[in-house]
Design a protein around this ligand. Structure first.
Ligand code: T4K
Length: 368
């Protein structure tokens, strides 16, 4: 059998991509808000049910720019249970991350712990919809309103997720998406900032293009965060296939759920009730009384050429550049450490076949 990876990018048939490439070759428009870029911004906003979005070269530049756009400074409250990019985006803006523990039920920032972390230097909250599981947005935004804080959601995992029938991307001041190869919807590399109005989109569009407002006017110290035409074209093609890809993921998750139902020491994590989820990841927790440890199980899968991942271990608060912060003290982040020590993300992607699932479950359920 060939190796099985935690994910595999969904790629539409190559022949469907060729007409897009031909159009790019014909027009010689490669980047800087070309026609495919403009078309993808409009089609994605419509598909996701949001007002506006600004495309980016990747999710990390989208995060860095979102913080710039809202002029965030000082301290920002965030989760340690995330990918490096979330926390690093703060440091790249000279902002001090303040880690707050997670709710073990959702793996997301625990709103009950936010208020005690607020200081006079706090300007914003940067929660993550981890695995595409919606944060407790109502409570987070109540706190933000009370204390006059901005909220930027790292929604890198949350493409297309709805909660109570509404897109979760509409919440907070801004949200960012990632369209990396490993994501539900990919443009090879890519990302976006979801913007609630045209005014903020305009500022973000300036910021991602060096701060140019027109040929001779530079209004901000912007960066080069632009998505190119080949990536935008890939996004347009991916949109034609996304519903089938999401359905294939849901079917795989259901298969895992049925197979793991009678093994209480392997717990499948689930989104909160009334979530129209995207099955971006398939996280399970290996409890302490499981016959073998999480790491031994992870190694056993690897020995069988099944490359699961421990997203998100280690916590970003344990990285050398953050672990000296008072808020990175493991005693304050008990839930995050416990989940990071128990989690394995199982392979899930549209091309995963029944034979693959049988092989994965065979190792998972029989490893002693
Ligand atoms: N915020 C959050 C919460 C995020 O999770 C991320 C990214 C970001 C922000 C930043 O967004 P971007 O700037 O990346 O757009 C991966 C991804 O590189 C990263 O995008 C993602 N989160 C993170 C959770 O996962 P790695 O180090 O695990 O990637 P890698 O290369 O080990 O890939 C995992 C598996 O996927 C491979 O074993 C095989 C498969 N794969 C991967 C690639 C790149 C393929 O089959 N083809 C490919 O081209 O970080």
């Amino acid at each position: 059998m060939s190796p099985i990876y935690v994910t595999e990018p969904h790629l539409p048939p190559l022949e469907e991509f060729m007409p897009y490439l031909q159009a790019i070759w014909d027009k010689k428009r490669l980047t800087n808000s070309g026609p495919f870029h403009q078309q993808l911004e409009a089609e994605l906003a419509a598909y996701l049910g949001v007002e506006h979005l600004s495309l980016f070269a990747n999710g990390t530049l989208a995060l860095v720019t979102a913080l710039q756009a809202l002029r965030i400074s000082g301290e920002v409250i965030t989760t340690p249970y995330t990918f490096a990019a979330t926390t690093h985006s703060l440091l790249w803006n000279g902002i001090k991350p303040v880690f707050v523990d997670i709710d073990p039920a959702t793996c997301n920032l625990d709103p009950r712990r936010i208020e005690e972390a607020i200081t006079p230097a706090t300007t914003a909250i940067l929660p993550v919809h981890c695995y595409g599981f919606p944060c407790d947005m109502e409570r987070i935004e109540q706190i933000a309103d009370t204390y006059g804080l901005k909220v930027i959601y790292d929604a890198a995992h949350a493409f297309g997720v709805r909660h109570h029938g509404e897109s979760i991307l509409r919440c907070g001041d801004l949200s960012i998406l990632s369209f990396h190869a490993t994501k539900v919807f990919n443009t090879f590399e890519g990302g976006a900032i979801i913007c609630p109005n045209a005014k903020i989109k305009q500022r973000i569009d300036y910021l991602k293009n060096f701060g140019f407002a027109d040929e001779v006017t530079v209004v901000a110290p912007g960066i080069n965060g632009k998505m190119n035409e080949v990536e935008a074209a890939m996004g347009l093609l991916q949109l034609k296939h996304i519903d089938a890809a999401l359905e294939a993921r849901a079917a795989i998750y259901r298969h895992y759920a049925e197979a793991l139902a009678s093994t209480p020491t392997l717990t499948l994590l689930r989104p909160p009730a009334d979530t129209d989820w995207n099955h971006a990841y398939c996280p399970i927790l290996v409890s302490a009384d499981h016959p073998i440890s999480r790491d031994a199980l992870f190694d056993r899968l690897k020995a069988n050429d099944i490359h699961a991942r421990r997203y998100f271990y280690p916590l970003t608060s344990s990285f050398p550049m953050y672990r000296g912060l008072p808020s990175a003290n493991p005693d304050r982040l008990g839930n995050a450490h416990r989940i990071a020590d128990q989690v394995i993300c199982l392979p899930i992607h549209p091309a995963l076949g029944n034979d693959d699932l049988t092989a994965i479950l065979d190792v998972l359920l029989n490893a002693r």
